[in-house]
Ligand binder design. Structure first.
Ligand SMILES: [Zn+2]
Ligand SMILES: [Zn+2]
Length: 367
């Protein structure tokens, strides 16, 4: 079928809307009319070509939400007309998949960044030219996409798809880290470095979990202000404050948990320095630089540094759970989004890069 998709060709130009041909769904895929797709920093980084090598030309997008039009022959849990949020792609058979931790699937890298199905094929083409797709098993910067059915999560039809779309990656990463990785209990303390969509989702989940102190760190005043509205108890200026000293004033014994959502090299050390005894520092993105730290910081006090993908969430369970909290007013993730017309994808990318908006969401128009 003919679709309109945002194609990343040159790294120096924003993705351009083009008419492409999309093939039919395979047995384990679903055809989705995409209604909304969040822009994640992983899309911006993959488009820029730095650190995340994805073959080109490619259609990015991995926070899609839409309506199922057709299901593959092996798909049991979905049917045409269902509303879905698209998370990632996973094999279903490796130990991590069997443990319901699909973001650590043995095949997560080729399935997310390979630009093709695991068998090497791509469903996308432009007048015979191969276009890479299947980014995170979806490539949802498009009016229609083929999604990996395992990563497609059915949601209630009254939920606005533009609100639900960021659950596929950014929101579930931040909230999942608090709920699943940290298992944050009432009374615990958390420092969040970087108040973007992942960091603010962690703030909302920490408030939901009864955290006693939630401290955010960000250079942008509007994000610091939003973090206070969403549940932070204190906020610090990453550009002006001595973060470790200020956290120690607020939390003399240090924090139970720290989440660094940035790729700023110094922030990894800061996330360890603010921890108290037996504290855990998590991170969700990795700069190319080597990281060195004094190992005594980790050993004495039993601290740990934990790499995290997808918040250790099982999207089929965690996405409906977060939507229940949203519906009940306890997880106001709609406060994070700024809608953009699909044709304004260049502006959405620029706004995301500059931090002017927390979570741009592209809205696809259908005749
Ligand atoms: Zn797997
Ligand atoms: Zn993402």
């Amino acid at each position: 079928m003919k679709i309109t998709a945002a194609v990343s060709r040159a790294t120096t130009e924003p993705p351009q809307l083009e008419e492409l041909e999309l093939g039919a769904p395979r047995a384990d895929e679903v055809l989705v009319r995409v209604m909304a797709a969040g822009v994640c920093h992983t899309d911006v980084r993959a488009h820029a070509g730095g650190g995340l090598p994805v073959p080109r030309p490619v259609v990015l997008g991995h926070e899609g939400a839409g309506i199922i039009l057709q299901v593959g022959s092996a798909v049991q849990h979905l049917q045409p007309g269902d509303h879905v949020v698209l998370s990632g792609s996973s094999c279903g058979g490796c130990p991590s998949c069997r443990a319901n931790l699909p973001s650590y699937c043995d095949e997560v890298l080729p399935r997310s960044f390979g630009g093709q199905r695991i068998d090497g094929s791509s469903a996308l083409s432009a007048q015979g030219e191969r276009i890479h797709g299947h980014f995170f098993g979806q490539s949802s910067f498009a009016t229609y996409c083929l999604a990996d059915a395992r990563g497609a999560v059915r949601i209630d039809k009254d939920i606005p798809l533009q609100v639900a779309a960021p659950l596929g990656c950014g929101v579930i990463t931040g909230a999942g880290t608090v709920l699943h990785v940290f298992g944050l209990r009432p009374g615990a303390s958390l420092v969040v470095i970087g108040a973007g969509s992942v960091g603010l989702s962690a703030v909302m989940a920490a408030r939901l979990s009864g955290a006693s102190q939630i401290i955010t760190v960000d250079p942008l005043p509007q994000r610091r202000a939003l973090s206070l509205e969403l549940g932070a108890t204190a906020t610090l200026d990453a550009a002006g404050d001595d973060i470790v000293a200020r956290v120690r004033e607020l939390l003399p014994r240090g924090a139970d948990f720290a989440l660094n959502t940035t790729a700023v090299p110094a922030a990894y050390e800061t996330s360890l320095q603010v921890l108290g005894t037996r504290g855990v520092a998590g991170f969700v993105t990795s700069p190319a630089e080597l990281f060195t730290t004094r190992l005594q910081t980790l050993q004495y006090g039993g601290r740990s540094l934990r790499g995290i993908i997808g918040g250790d969430a099982a999207p089929q369970l965690t996405i409906p759970l977060l939507l229940d909290h949203w519906r009940q007013g306890r997880f106001p993730m709609d406060r994070l989004i700024t809608p953009f017309h699909f044709s304004d994808i260049a502006q959405a990318f620029a706004a995301a890069k500059a931090g002017q908006v927390v979570k741009p969401v592209l809205l696809m128009e259908h005749a």
